[in-house]
Structure formats: C-alpha cells, structure tokens
Design a protein around this ligand. Structure first.
Ligand code: GTP
Ligand code: MN
Ligand code: MN
Ligand code: MN
Ligand code: MN
Ligand code: MN
Length: 209
C-alpha cells in the first residue's frame, strides 16, 4: 500500500471539504478502488432524561480499528453497481441488506489518505421503527458483529455541559473523511442549524487541545 504517505494526504487534503467528483466520472477512472458508505437516520420525538430532545437518530459504528465511521465498504464496480455493493456491505455489517438507491447518493471524492481510493457517500432517511430494527439486527444477524464492526452507535446531536453531547462525540477519532461527511450531511439535511454545527466544532476543537 502506497496510500498513507504524508505527501499523498497533503495532495488530496482538499477533497475532505471541497473537490467532489461526479459519481459517473469516478467510474471512468482506471486503477481506482471504490468505497461506499451511508448515513442512515430517522426523526424521533424521544427525549434524553425526559427533557432533552434527541431530535434524530443518526447511525455510525465503532470499527475494528477503534475509529468511528459509517457502515459500508469496498465495492468493485466491474462486478456490481455501487448501490448493490453498498447494500451487500450493509448486510454484512448491519445484518439487513438495507436497499440504497442512486437518489440517496450525496457526494463522491478522493479519500484523504489515498489518491487511488474514491469514497462515495450516501444518506438515507428511515422510519424510527426501521432504524431500531437495524440496530437489533446489527447485534443478532450481522456476520461482522464483534469482528469488523464492534457496534453501532447513535450520534448525540445535543449539547450538554462541558462539551458533552455532539462536541465530545466530534472530539473522538474518525476513519478517512467520515467526520466531514457527518458534518456536511447534518447541514445538508437540516438536522442541525449551521450555528449549532459551528458551535459543536468549536467546542470539539477545544476538547481536543
Ligand atoms: P473489508 O470487508 O475488510 O474489505 O472492509 P470494508 O469493505 O468494510 O471496507 P471499509 O468500510 O473499511 O472501507 C474501506 C476504506 O474506506 C477504508 O480503508 C477507509 O479508508 C475508507 N472508509 C471507511 N469508512 C469510511 C467512512 O465512513 N467514510 C469514508 N469517507 N471513508 C471510509
Ligand atoms: Mn465490510
Ligand atoms: Mn466497512
Ligand atoms: Mn468488504
Ligand atoms: Mn485520481
Ligand atoms: Mn469484510
């Protein structure tokens, strides 16, 4: 693997927030690998401690390497469509082959750590009952449970004292550009306001110092 040199990371750093490529264009690139990941979310009326609205259920996972990331994985576009490959990975990691359609695609770009890896990101809204079923299946049905996936986690979207909640969550370590994918999806799908996101990132930066 030549993918982890600092130079490579620097050369592709702008991909994290800017240089997106059309999905179609990436499929015409020779010698690239493709990874597809999805943010599954649902609205909810549930309240933490009976008073703090949790607003939305957003699923990520604790990976085998101790990093947080989204469910999904490597897809070979010569063998399967990106969406079918993503659904196959979801079957392995969540125990349910959650169908993902081309309309759920949000953005594609080069991975920050590897110029020959393209990351495709999808967002899919579900019903609260469906998300809860996914959470159950991830423990009872997923072949990767306890192996490649240590467990699914919900992203806390609220603010508690001393950076608790979203700022603390954002201060952890994430695979690839999944932290940026999370922040941009929360913004794009209006799950939090821009002001809340800016404040969460500001507090997370303080916690990390
Ligand atoms: P194997 O089954 O072991 O092949 O793993 P996988 O197919 O599940 O692949 P994985 O989910 O680890 O993703 C492949 C690559 O994509 C990783 O090596 C990371 O560099 C990158 N990656 C993993 N998770 C994410 C994510 O949430 N977002 C982004 N952008 N990249 C990710
Ligand atoms: Mn996998
Ligand atoms: Mn995976
Ligand atoms: Mn895989
Ligand atoms: Mn390239
Ligand atoms: Mn695997």
């Amino acid at each position: 693997q030549t993918c982890l040199s600092t130079a490579a990371v620097m050369a592709t750093q702008t991909c994290v927030t800017t240089a997106s490529i059309s999905k179609e264009e990436t499929l015409s690139l020779a010698g690239h690998r493709h990874a597809c990941h999805v943010m599954l979310y649902a609205n909810t009326k549930a309240k933490l401690f009976g008073r703090t609205p949790i607003k939305h259920i957003v699923l990520m996972q604790m990976r085998f390497d101790g990093l947080l990331g989204f469910p999904g994985g490597l897809v070979d576009p010569s063998a399967e469509s990106l969406e079918a490959g993503l659904s196959r990975e979801l079957k392995e990691e969540l125990g349910v082959a959650v169908p993902v359609s081309p309309e759920d695609h949000v953005v594609s770009c080069h991975a920050p750590s590897c110029p020959t890896l393209i990351t495709h990101f999808y967002v899919k809204k579900m019903e609260e009952s469906e998300i809860k079923e996914v959470e159950r299946a991830a423990v009872t049905m997923a072949t990767d449970h306890g192996l490649e996936v240590m467990g699914m986690v919900r992203v806390p979207l609220y603010f508690l004292k001393k950076g608790g909640g979203l700022p603390s969550f954002l201060s952890h370590s994430f695979i690839g550009n999944s932290r940026s994918q999370l922040l941009s999806a929360l913004q794009q799908f209006s799950l939090l306001s821009q002001g809340e996101l800016d404040e969460a990132v500001r507090q997370a930066d303080q916690l990390r110092q």
